[in-house]
Write a protein that binds this ligand. Sequence first.
Ligand code: GDP
Ligand code: ZN
Length: 441
Amino acid sequence: MSHDTIAAISTADAMGAVSIIRISGPDTFEIVKKLCHKDVRNMEGYRMVRSEIYDQQEVVDDSLISVFHAPYSYTGEDVVELNCHGGVYLTHKILQLVLGLGARLAKRGEFTQRAFLNEKMDLSQAEAIQDLIVAEDEINTKAAIHTLKGSILRVLRPLEEELIQMIAHIEVNIDYPEYDDVEMLVESDILPKAKAWRQQLEKLVLESEKAQVVKGGVQTVIVGRPNVGKSSLLNALLEEDKAIVTDIAGTTRDIVEGNIRIGSFSLHLIDTAGIRDSNDRIEQMGIEKSKKMIEKAQLILLVMDGSQELTIEDQELLEQTKDKTRIIIYNKKDLGSKYSGVQISASTGQIEALKEKLEALFQQEVLAASGDTLANDRQIGLAKAALGAMDQAIASLEAGMELDLVTLDLQESWNCLKEMSGGRSREGLLDEIFSRFCLGK
Ligand code: GDP
Ligand code: ZN
């Protein structure tokens, strides 16, 4: 439990009709008593009461206050939320009164940090709250809510459980070698289990990485020979003039980029310079860059001029991008199209066919992103560390190493999993093991 009491404005910028000032910590009720001339200490929790707010004897606002008693609050401490009338001046004035009565201004995320420290949530959930606040699209919001509800724990629990059984099994054999033939144990039991476990976790990591990609925005590169309408397409997609449209071939030398949202996912779009053989040095750099961009891209929008025959350059680009996830787009349909497929007119903003294609393409990915996966790079990193430790354990098992060594690697693996939700201790592991196995001593 913290010894100081913190306060902050919990609503954005105090611009709305109502502002909420949150107070949390041991002196909360004492501060509120002086601020509201009202003792809410014995008031029932999860209730709101109407109360005036005072600057000494002067009434400064008529507000609603919500009362939460430790540990039944967001932070796990005594909490009062003042729902005062909005407005920058009034909200800040009331916050200053609260601070004047002994609260300290809360640091960023400090309420959530306290919630974590007081075991109201695990680390993955605390992270999810942050993700939820910054989420700008449906996928990220869904994923954060999913995590908040404990999806990480749901995914990890079976893995933790199996791991602990392996560790316990080995520990028992180390302590009581006469109970089992250690060699037998290793060959017939632990090794296949370790391998199966590894496979499961690896699958989770791969799925999580895929989901991360979708959540972070799909890296999308617009390619095509000069003048087919790449910049026009980017503009149409961004619905603003970020790229300069011109009719002189090869003028888009710098890569121009922007983010768009299609349905529930985001694309990070990059317009490349025209890719073609060129002697011009500046343009050459642009072309090299473009080729790298194609390699790194997760999605290629290959633009062709649909009103003309395909050129050799078009054929080359078709060849260059054939192994990538791509959409072939025939632009300038207003001039008549020679090809069937995704036909658009970028300069007149007729790009529905492309948008539909994009939505269809990502239906699957959307499902993947909102499933039970690890929520962020920190968790994925830890999962990979857990995999690494398990690899080590498997190698040791196969080499017939001492079980003491194997169990160290398994414990490291367990530590990594535990760290995802913020808990990490060998005592914790031993507690887990001994709560399961009665060794009679
Ligand atoms: P980029 O070199 O591939 O980026 O091509 P731009 O976007 O700069 O476009 C080249 C020229 O084609 C410009 O004059 C555009 O106005 C024109 N253009 C682009 N899209 C269309 C379209 O859908 N229809 C017609 N008629 N012209 C287009
Ligand atoms: Zn361009």
